[in-house]
Design a protein around this ligand. Sequence first.
Ligand code: F6P
Length: 557
Amino acid sequence: MTQGSSAPVDATTTEAWDALRALADGFTPSLRAWFAEDPERVDALTFAAADLHVDLSKGLVTQPVLTELLALAEQVGLTERRDAMFRGEHINVTEDRAVLHTALRLPRDAQLEVDGQDVVADVHEVLDRVYAFAEQVRSGAWTGVTGERIRTVVNIGIGGSDLGPVMAYEALEPYRQEGLECRFISNIDPTDAAQTLKGLDPASTLFIVSSKTFGTLETLTNARLCKAWLLDGLSGQDEAEAVRKHFVAVSTALDKVADFGIDPDNAFGFWDWVGGRYSMDSAIGTSLVVAIGPERFAELLAGFHAMDEHFRTTPLERNVPVLMGLLNVWYADFLRAQTHAVLPYSQLLHRFPAYLQQLTMESNGKGVRWDGTPVSAGTGEVFWGEPGTNGQHAFYQLIHQGTRLIPADFIAFAEPAYPLRDDHDGQSTDVHELFLANFFAQTRALAFGKTADEVRAEGTDESVVPARVFTGNRPTASIMAPALTPSVLGQLVALYEHTTFTEGVVWGIDSFDQWGVELGKQLAQQVTAAVAGDESVAAEQDLSTQRLIAYYREHRR
Ligand code: F6P
C-alpha cells in the first residue's frame, strides 16, 4: 500500500481492477430496469456533502461495480495519499513539493506545521493584508495618484492566476460592490489588453499583476503594456508614485515583483505548495476580495473547508468526491468514455467549465506515474461544457443520440439569483422553475430515453421511428444546492479538486505538476526571433513552420 510519495500502485494489477474488468465485460446497463427493480436505488446513491445534494442514481453504476470501485480505492491507497496531502508531505514528487491548497482555507485556530513552517499563521497573515487592502479600495481610502478613488480593478494573469478569479467574479455577481468593476486580462493576443482597457480612466484604475512565478510571458508582457498605458494616461505625474498607487502584485516570487517596480508593501505572497490551478483561494483571489469583500470571501473559504472536511473524514462509501472520482475512472477506463461534460444550470457559472478544464486536464493529463513509469490505463478525460439551457440547443443532440458515451454533471440551485416572472396571456410563470424543469427533463431523458414502441404509440410514421428513439442509459450526476452563495461556490470547487485528486491517485500520477506546458513555451521563445525576421532562426525550423512564418511575414502589413 502506498504512503505519501512512495511508489504508486499500478491500479491495473489490483484484484479490484480485474473484478471491474469482468463486470465491464458484457455490461448492459438498464437504468429503466434498475429503477424499476430497486426502489432503494435513489436513496442509496444520493449523498450529502456540506450543502450539496448529489444524486448519482442516474449513473451507470450497480452495487457490485461500486463495491469494486471502493475496493480499488483501498488497493491503490487512496486514503493514505489523501492523508499525506493534508499532512503536507511532498506528494508533488516531480517538483518535490507539498500540496496544501487545503491549508489556504484552514480556520485561524487550526494547526499545521509543514517543513518547519507554521502554515496557518502564514496563510492568515497574508489574508489579513489582502483583506485590509481590499477594504481600502472598497471604501475609497485607497486613491490613485491624482487622488481619485479606484473604480476599476484589472487583474492581469493567466491560467490559474486568471480562471479562478474570473469564474468566481462571474459566479458571485450578485455579491459585488456597486461602482467597483473588475476586469481581467490574460491573453497575450494584444486584443485582450486593448479591449479590456477601452474606456477606462487611468486615474481610477488599479492593476493587480497575478503570477505565481512572476515569469510568465503573457502576464509580464500585459503588465508592461498596462504600465505604459497608465503612465501615458497620467503623464505629468511622478512615475514611480503612479506605479505605487496603481499596481499591486500577487506572487510567490516577491523578488521579481520588486524588480518589476512594484512596491513590496503592495505585494501579496503565497507559497510553492499552492499549485496555480488550486490558487483561487490564495492571494490570487485578491480581485475577488475587492469585488465581494472580505466577509464574503471568508464564507467562500469556509465552503472550501467544509468540503475538505467531508473529503478528509467521511467514509469512502459516502464520500462524494471519492465516489465521483471513482465513477469517472469507471466511465473512462472501463466504459471507454473520452470526455466528461459539466453543465451548470446557472448562467452565473458560465465560466465554471473553463475553470474546470484547467483544474482537471492540467492535473490529470499525464502519461507517466509519479515514479516515472508509464501509466497502464487511460488518464485524464476531456472536460468541457456550457451552461444549460444554451447547450440543449447546440450539442446535447450528440449526448442524447450520438455513438459516444458522455457522462455529464448537471449543477443547479433551488434559489434563483434573479427571481423573475413571465406574465403573459393571463398566466404567470416563475422563470427559474421553467429553467429547472429543463434540468430535470434532460437528466430524465438521458437516463431513460424513449423506446421504439413509445415513439410508435405517438403515431409516428415507421420510417422515422429509429431517428426518434432515445436509447437512454446516458449517465448523469445531479448536483444541487440551496443557492449559489460564496460558501456553496467554495464547496463546488473543492468537490472537483478532490474528485480530480481521487482519479489521479487511482492512475498513480502526479496531479500537481504540469511539465507538459513547458515545451511549447520554450519553442515560442525560439520562434519569436524568426517571426520578427531572423532568417537564420527561421531556417532552423521544420518546413511547415518555416512556411507558416513566411506566410505571416508576407501578409503582415
Ligand atoms: O503554463 C501553465 C501555468 O504554469 C499554469 O499552471 C499556471 O496556472 C499558469 O501557467 C500561470 O502561471 P503563473 O501564475 O506563474 O503566471
